[in-house]
Design a protein around this ligand. Structure first.
Ligand code: PMT
Length: 420
């Protein structure tokens, strides 16, 4: 059953050529079992007639803040209370700016202010407007307040230019909305329970860095704190899974229900993972494993006698690749920590490491290093139909839930015992 079933969705439609796609979107949401009411901005009405949405949804369309008839029936407060979800598609640059600054001078912005319902935004605009610092800043403000973004897509735009800013196709908006909803435990209708989509599954997670000793007092490592991997382990438990967590040296605690194995080096992590890999359904390799280790670890502390010192490093085993090469391999999910060309590098690893899925994060950004921080954003890729889903910036807990929801849905599509 779709996560949209029986949800009250308030669909906000703004003024842009993509508004015609919202009519199909309204239909698709209803097909998924949702009740849909539409609020149109004045700009939207220049592109599509309210009558179109009225006919499709079977409900009157709301267009005006000061409408005595609407106030008697369903005014802005009632609409705000009625909505389980507010979805704005298309959302223009103007609407993003108005929402970010808390305007309340039309019906859509007022309902958004007056509602506690989660807000989902599918933007559509010219590529330069989308890339403008003002728009990016407005998106960040909205995102920080909990709004989730769906799209935009890249491609040829109505203005004739090519780039990011196209409204996603209605079916993609519906599917991403359902996925995001499933991962958002806060959104429940009165008689719904949190979904246990990983019930009966054994999930193996690696987290944190590894440390490669140089001598008894020094080591090579990286900035991983383990927060992302631990968040995934905890979220998997809350979705019904049995979880084994192989953790590098971190200062985090995990729930008692998680079977935790602490390790230090990449070789120790490999040993621990291989003991469990044949006995789990999903392997999520979040650890930032050191790619190299010392060829020789000195038994005594190295003295600083020389101006220069050379260390010889040798390659560590690729733990993820060793798991994905097993005949009894679980569903294998890798992480890709990239500083540039994120999609190309991530898709390269997806193929080279024979993975079922890869979650890419852009690290070392001035506004979010990801390593050590409490928030993240992911682009998730899988091989079938060049699959891709973005998980917008949010707390690592929320990102973990969203990732596991995508994994659970793809896991269901994978034939038993199939490879890669
Ligand atoms: O721990 P946090 O502070 O919360 O930060 C989170 C994170 C940035 C560490 C995490 O989100 C992340 O990106 N983890 C993967 C980091 C990494 O090593 O990426 P990579 O692109 O170098 O490796 C690709 C994949 O191969 C990863 O799944 C990695 O676990 C795996 N790998 C890499 C090397 C190796 N020898 N063995 C492996 O299994």
């Amino acid at each position: 059953m779709s996560a949209l079933n029986k949800k009250n969705i308030l669909l906000g439609v703004c003024g842009g050529i993509a508004a015609y796609k919202s009519a199909i979107l309204a239909r698709r949401l209803i097909d998924a079992g949702a009740q849909v009411r539409v609020v149109m901005t004045s700009g939207a009405q220049a592109f599509v007639q309210p009558m179109t949405f009225q006919a499709l949804t079977g409900n009157p369309v709301h267009t005006s803040l000061l409408d005595t008839e609407a106030e008697a029936a369903m005014g802005h407060i009632e609409l705000a209370r009625w909505a389980d979800i507010i979805l704005i598609a298309p959302a223009t640059a103007n609407t993003l700016a108005r929402l970010a600054h808390g305007f309340a001078d039309d019906l859509l912005s007022t309902v958004c202010l007056a509602s506690e319902a989660p807000l989902f935004i599918a933007p559509a605009m010219n590529r330069l407007m989308w890339a403008h610092a003002a728009t990016l800043s407005n998106c960040k403000t909205l995102n920080d307040r909990g709004a989730s973004f769906i799209g935009p897509a890249e491609g040829i735009q109505a203005c004739g230019e090519t780039g990011a800013g196209r409204l996603l196709e209605p079916e993609d908006i519906r599917d991403q909305l359902a996925t995001l909803l499933q991962s958002n435990a806060a959104i429940t209708t009165s008689n719904e329970q949190t979904t246990q989509t990983l019930a009966g599954k054994h999930v193996l997670v690696t987290a944190g860095p590894t440390r490669e000793a140089i001598d008894p007092v020094r080591y090579i490592s990286n900035h991983s704190s383990g927060k992302m991997g631990f968040a995934i382990a905890e979220a998997a438990v809350s979705m019904g899974a049995r979880v084994t967590l192989v953790a590098g040296p971190v200062s985090l605690s995990a729930s008692d229900t998680i079977q935790r194995i602490d390790v230090v080096s990449a070789e120790q992590m490999l040993d621990a993972v291989m003991q469990v890999a044949g006995n789990c359904d999903v392997f999520i390799s979040v650890a930032a494993v050191s790619d190299y280790r010392l060829e020789e670890i000195k038994e005594q502390k190295i003295k600083k006698n020389d101006e220069q010192m050379q260390l010889t490093l040798i390659k560590n085993p690729d733990i993820l690749k060793q798991v994905s090469s097993r005949e009894d391999r679980p569903f294998c999910v890798g992480f890709a920590a990239e500083t540039e060309n994120v999609e190309a590098h991530a898709r390269g690893k997806l193929v080279r490491k024979q993975l079922d899925m890869i979650a890419a994060n852009q690290v070392a950004q001035p506004d979010n290093p990801v390593f050590g921080s409490d928030t993240n954003a992911l682009d998730v890729y899988w091989p079938a139909n060049d699959g891709h889903q973005a998980i917008p910036a949010s707390s690592k807990t929320h990102v973990a839930q969203a990732l596991l929801t995508i994994i659970a849905s793809q896991l269901g599509k994978k034939p038993e015992g199939s490879q890669g």
